[in-house]
Design a binder for this molecule. Sequence first.
Ligand SMILES: [Zn+2]
Length: 472
Amino acid sequence: MTWCTRRALVRTAALLPLAAAADCSTGRADRYFPQHGTAAHRTVAYDLRLSYDPDSGRLDGRARIDAVAGPALDRVELDLARLSVHAAEVDGRAARTRQRQGKLFLEAPRRIAAGAPFTLDVRYRGRPGPLRSPFGSIGWDRTGDRYDGTLVASQPLGAPSWFPCNDRPDDKAAYTFRITVPRGHQALANGTLHERSQDGRTEVWTYHHPGPMSSYLAALYTGRFQHEHLPSVTTVGGRPVSLHNAFPPRLAEAARYDLGRQPEMLRHFTELFGPYPFESYGAVVVDADLAEPVENQTLSVFGRNHIDGKRGWETLVAHEMAHQWYGNSVGLSDWRHIWLNEGFATYAEWLWSEHLGEDDADTIARRERLSMGRRDQDLCLAEPGPRHIFDNRVYVRGACTLHALRLAMGDDRFFPMLRAWHETHRGRTSDTEAFITHADRHTAQAVRPLLQSWLYDKALPELPTGSGLRRV
Ligand SMILES: [Zn+2]
């Protein structure tokens, strides 16, 4: 079982249409995955009522979607793959539907006026499964273990494997999940558990997450888990954040230890990045091997292979938590800006090492820079091309870019700049040019030339000498 891979090479067979890689320039270009999502409407809220039967693997779904039209609409476009729609309504009136190549079109019985709110009601069913993509198999999958589990790891294009959505990272919405599973099974989803009720042989788990959240970060896990509720963390300038982990019972002891420093991590990252942006956080461990953990919003997912009882994968625990600020709260206007997610989360790994008294970020950055060779001179960080958004070079060069900026600015300006970046864009999306302008405003000397060379030149710059860094 593999998911979008950070360390592994991207597979050669492209099964989704991809935009061509643009030149390394600041010019506007087509979106990286133009077949996914539409700009013709934006979503306000998803209300997903899902009934899952682990014996048959069948999912019965009903999605009520509140949205707002851009231009006037005669039909509404959504993304949905491998699942069949059997009834749909637009604003309470039955609508004809058509499904083709991962798209779902609903004919509006009455034209939707430009800028008008509207509601969709889509009933669908089938056996969901992972979607093949240039990044491996993504989306919904079964864990195939003794716990009859399922998981969702959609990044970047897997959300249509389990619900109809406007699948683009800049369409963020609120989510409600009402999940029916057999008694004895559990369901976890983003946000807060509002209600759990039993009805004969089934249980209904209701979650709400005000988000806003991009479709690729929506997640559902079912099966049998052991739960751990950690004391809420009250952070400076923030509200109390509840912490909750779930893991297969057989891995409980190791998982409790490996995830045990998350309260300290949350406090530390809040000091560095600003108040935690959501109401809760947690890690779910599934009884399957995952190529990489995934930072699903408020509820990251880890594979059993990331649990060793020795905190051997704690850098990734830090990485996924840091994404809640950078990637989830501050999202991407398009996948081309992925370094703003992965460079930041990788730099958070280095900052966590520094906090623990192990190698500091400067030592790690200089070691990484020294080890970069010719292959590292062949990537434009700000325009990696759609096939390379999860290339390891995006992660490491992205983190080195932030470290170069820290060296140039000094700690007294760098960390307030990082906090202001989150505070300014929280709940929204942004892009590379906005970051360069933001950083440039936070320092007396111009850092635009430094950032331009790290982000837009293929040749690798040297790290500035810098001085005055504290251990943070
Ligand atoms: Zn990441």
